[in-house]
Ligand binder design. Structure first.
Ligand code: XIL
Length: 368
């Protein structure tokens, strides 16, 4: 019934018309990148080649501007990584400036780049309480209208990139620090079942895509990581099409997780038959004292530890960083202070953190 209404075009409060999507740009449908195709593009000695030899996807979030305009950025990301995550290009706010309109230009740029370089695309994110368009938060829609909007959003976006975006962050950050379901317009409209609904809608739009729940602070013990475990356990039990859980891992040197806890939190999820991934790793160094070299060395140890735990956890399928060069990172804007949280410096020179990942991946080769 709802699908029928959407395809017919339905007028909502504020004059919003829900119509079948008419994208502003078109994209040819191509087969999903296979591991073999991706492997053929990996340069010997690169992180990408080392990860592929360990059966691991190694990814980084990217921005549209440097993907278009910075040749060094393009060269490094395509030679060092087998996957790219859309940092902002697939957020609802980026896609839809006006009610009923979608602009896929930024997302197409990234998806096309990935295809040209034999890389996977990790789509971020379909359902989140943040990065919503102003028109959506400013208007007060009825629950029925919000159901239609969610249906249309997931169907349009996942459907457009069917076969091209292989993994999706379907629901992001739904649990708060007290372990409770966070308030959001989606929860108000659909009730607690909005999470299951989102996964079903994404699965309908692309049955082959791998669907993830993602959140932060899951590396720690406590009510939040326990609540996330219970949430995904109940989804699995109910037969909801969820394939995995993403640990964001926006870490800071003055507040690091215990690695045994991290591993246990991953393992209880893989015991449910789910994959786990590291989806947004960065390690900020601004909050500790020490020389830059000392900070970078401590940072490298954290990257190495996380890679080791992933490699030791059967079912940990990818390590993705949130950016890859300190030239483009969200941390200074977010914290108001300079930082150097990623694997390459601002001149694209590999940092000790990069070497630490390579060392862990080399150890995996030796074990095989
Ligand atoms: C951040 C982007 O990196 C910034 O460019 C943007 O201004 C705000 O969002 N967790 C998430 C990501 O799931 O979507 C956030 O990305 C970082 C925290």
């Amino acid at each position: 019934m709802i699908k029928h209404l959407v395809s017919m075009g339905v007028t909502l409060a504020g004059g919003l018309v829900l119509a079948a999507c008419s994208p502003q740009t078109s994209l040819p449908v191509v087969p999903t990148v296979t591991a073999a195709a991706a492997a053929s593009q990996a340069e010997p000695g690169s992180l990408r080649a080392a990860a592929e030899a360990c059966g691991l996807v190694i990814g980084a979030a990217v921005r549209t501007d440097p993907i278009l305009n910075d040749s060094q950025y393009q060269a490094v990301v395509s030679s060092e990584f087998s996957s790219i995550t859309t940092e902002n290009a697939l957020k609802f706010r980026t896609l839809s400036a006006q009610p009923g309109e979608y602009n896929f230009q930024d997302a197409d740029t990234i998806v096309n780049f990935a295809r040209e370089h034999g890389m996977r695309v990790h789509g971020h994110t379909l359902v989140w309480h943040k990065s919503l368009p102003d028109w959506l938060t400013a208007e007060s829609f009825t629950p029925d209208e919000l159901v239609l909007l969610l249906e249309r959003h997931i169907g349009t976006v996942v459907g457009r990139y069917r076969g091209q975006v292989s993994t999706w962050d379907v629901v992001n950050e739904a649990i708060d620090s007290e372990g409770k379901l966070r308030e959001s317009i989606w929860r108000q409209a659909l009730g607690d079942d909005y999470i299951a609904q989102a996964f079903r809608l994404a699965h309908d739009a692309d049955p082959a895509a791998q669907l993830f729940y993602t959140d932060y602070d899951m590396e720690f013990a406590g009510v939040k990581s326990d609540a996330i475990y219970e949430l995904v356990r109940s989804l699995v039990e109910a037969g909801v099409p969820i394939n995995g859980v993403g640990f964001q891992l926006h870490l800071r040197l003055d507040h690091l997780p215990d690695m045994d806890v991290m591993q246990a939190n991953m393992q209880r999820l893989t015991a449910l038959g789910l994959q786990v991934q590291i989806t947004e790793m960065d390690v900020r160094v601004q909050d500790v004292n020490g020389t830059p070299a000392e900070k970078l060395s401590r940072q490298a140890a954290v990257y190495g530890d996380m890679m080791r735990v992933c490699l030791q956890t059967s079912g940990c399928s990818a390590v993705n960083t949130w950016g890859f060069t300190d030239a483009y990172t969200w941390i200074p804007d977010y914290t108001g202070k300079p930082d150097m949280p990623l694997l390459f410096d601002t001149a694209y020179t590999p940092k000790p953190a990069y070497t630490a990942l390579q060392a862990q991946l080399a150890a995996c080769h030796n074990q095989n």
